[in-house]
Design a protein around this ligand. Structure first.
Ligand SMILES: NC(=O)C1=CN([C@@H]2O[C@H](COP(=O)(O)OP(=O)(O)OC[C@H]3O[C@@H](n4cnc5c(N)ncnc54)[C@H](O)[C@@H]3O)[C@@H](O)[C@H]2O)C=CC1
Ligand SMILES: CC(C)CC(=O)C(=O)O
Ligand SMILES: [Mg+2]
Length: 418
């Protein structure tokens, strides 16, 4: 049996407030959300012993700098309280890098990320660069970063916090208690397939093409991460594909089935076509435990799932490679429509920092302090515009950050036994 040697995050379940459990409300893991013991983090033993970590910060574009600034303040505060040292290095990526360095992913950025213990990314992209040629698009920098770090396993926990069950556009009874882990393959599939490009056919019409390609090793490694993840949750894995039409999905389904049968007979495996999965996520999301899917389908399904939680501004993610540093980022983009207006919800970024601490560095207690602060801020009724409803207090991005810092001063640590 092939070994899955991966950072803790990918093998663990979602963060502490999974299963709809109130953030920071208990030090016990809820059923099906155990955190595995796993000694395969990239962070060196020396760094862990000293509790001194190199973290690369990538603010990117749009709301990126605003939300990252909140997350870094929160990390600094929790570090001071917990005796952790961070050496932060800020680098350019995306449109900011196109403007500042002439390319969307400067060599220096990738080298610094590779040499760090973990990478905290905000978001990239914006109208200004939308018509750039492919090699000068911010998105090319993001894809290059993910590929350059080899972070093939992107885990996107979809958790509906009790305080936000009414913030979802879905009925409370549909959204409440949702706890899904979307395991998205991140460095293959149609976003990376060759050949791709533009052409002109014999009739003089322009055309464009992309290729969706997955090889068996690419499918096998993400399948194993997903099975391991499901095993540590409720033991149910749904593989999402389009095998009724696409050959690439037929191979995907064949390999996921074979790995399930040979290596994970204890995990209940089902398959679903992606169009149906999109509908089922809205109709009855609680039927899902862990979902595994390819790059494009995972991108789309995670945005749909974000609405279960109330806002895309709530969903963090971790992306892990086989041996390098993890990449932690919110699932949303750079929100150019609200950039620079102090309207962004920083919580997905803050929760991504908590995932970095817990899964990238093994600093579980510090991570759970942050989660508890987020929970407390929501308990007190503070909401950014994306989550605002009557009876709540509207705050901007900066103010939400200040509330988190105040809350952190009084929040009790939550201890989780690894
Ligand atoms: N990982 C990344 O850096 C990603 C970058 N993008 C890029 O972002 C740019 C905008 O893309 P969109 O499709 O508009 O997606 P988006 O996720 O940036 O925004 C979609 C909608 O959600 C809102 N939103 C997103 N994050 C929010 C937050 N934290 N707080 C409050 N509201 C928030 C936006 O205001 C917008 O109305 C594009 O250039 C795109 O390529 C898109 C997705 C991921
Ligand atoms: C801009 C895309 C390449 C990324 C994206 O939408 C995502 O990772 O969710
Ligand atoms: Mg996306």
């Amino acid at each position: 049996m092939a070994m899955v040697s991966l950072n803790c995050a990918s093998l663990s379940s979602t963060f502490a407030f999974s299963s709809g459990r109130k953030l920071g409300s208990s030090s016990r893991q809820s059923p099906g959300t155990k955190i595995s013991k796993c000694g395969c983090m990239k962070v060196t033993a020396a760094a862990q012993k000293e509790r001194s970590y190199k973290v690369t910060l990538l603010p990117g574009d749009g709301i990126g700098p605003e939300i990252l600034s909140v997350a870094v303040d929160v990390m600094r505060a929790v570090a001071e309280r917990e005796g952790i040292k961070f050496e932060f290095t800020e680098k350019l990526v995306g449109g900011a890098a196109v403007d500042g360095a002439g390319v969307p992913l400067p060599d220096d950025t990738l080298a610094t990320c590779r040499a760090s213990d973990a990478v905290l990314l905000a978001s990239i992209g914006g109208y200004k660069w939308d018509s750039n040629p492919p090699h000068l698009k911010p998105e090319t920098g993001l894809l290059g970063l993910r590929a350059g770090l080899g972070v093939f396993a992107n885990l996107r926990p979809v958790t509906v916090l009790p305080q936000l069950a009414d913030a979802s556009p879905l009925k409370r009874e549909v959204a409440e208690g949702v706890d899904i882990m979307v395991v998205r393959e991140l460095i293959g599939g149609i976003y990376f397939g060759e050949p791709r490009g533009f052409g002109v056919n014999e009739s003089g019409h322009r055309y464009a093409y992309n290729n969706m390609v997955y090889s068996t090793p690419e499918i096998d490694r993400i399948a194993r991460v997903a099975f391991e993840t499901a095993r540590k949750r409720q033991g149910r894995l749904c593989s999402v594909d389009k095998a009724n039409v696409l050959q690439v999905s037929q191979l995907w389904r064949e390999r996921v089935t074979a790995i399930g049968k040979e290596e994970y007979p204890d995990v209940e495996l089902s398959h679903m076509y992606v169009d149906n999965a999109a509908m089922q996520l809205v109709r009855n999301p609680k039927q899902f435990d862990t979902i595994v899917t390819g790059n494009l389908f995972g991108d789309i399904l995670s945005d749909i799932s974000a609405q279960l939680s109330g806002s895309i501004g709530m969903l963090p993610s971790s992306s892990m490679s086989e041996s390098g540093p993890g990449l932690f980022e919110p699932i949303h983009g750079s929100a150019p429509d609200i950039a620079g207006q102090d309207k962004a919800n920083p919580l997905a970024q803050v929760l991504s920092a908590a995932m970095l601490l817990k899964y990238g560095l093994g600093e579980t207690k510090a991570a759970e302090l942050i989660e508890a602060a987020v929970s407390a801020a929501l308990d007190k009724g503070y909401r950014t515009g994306d989550l605002m409803s009557s009876g709540k207090t509207l705050v901007g991005c900066k103010k939400m950050g200040e509330i988190l810092l105040e809350t952190l001063e009084t929040t009790s640590p939550v201890t989780v036994s690894l």
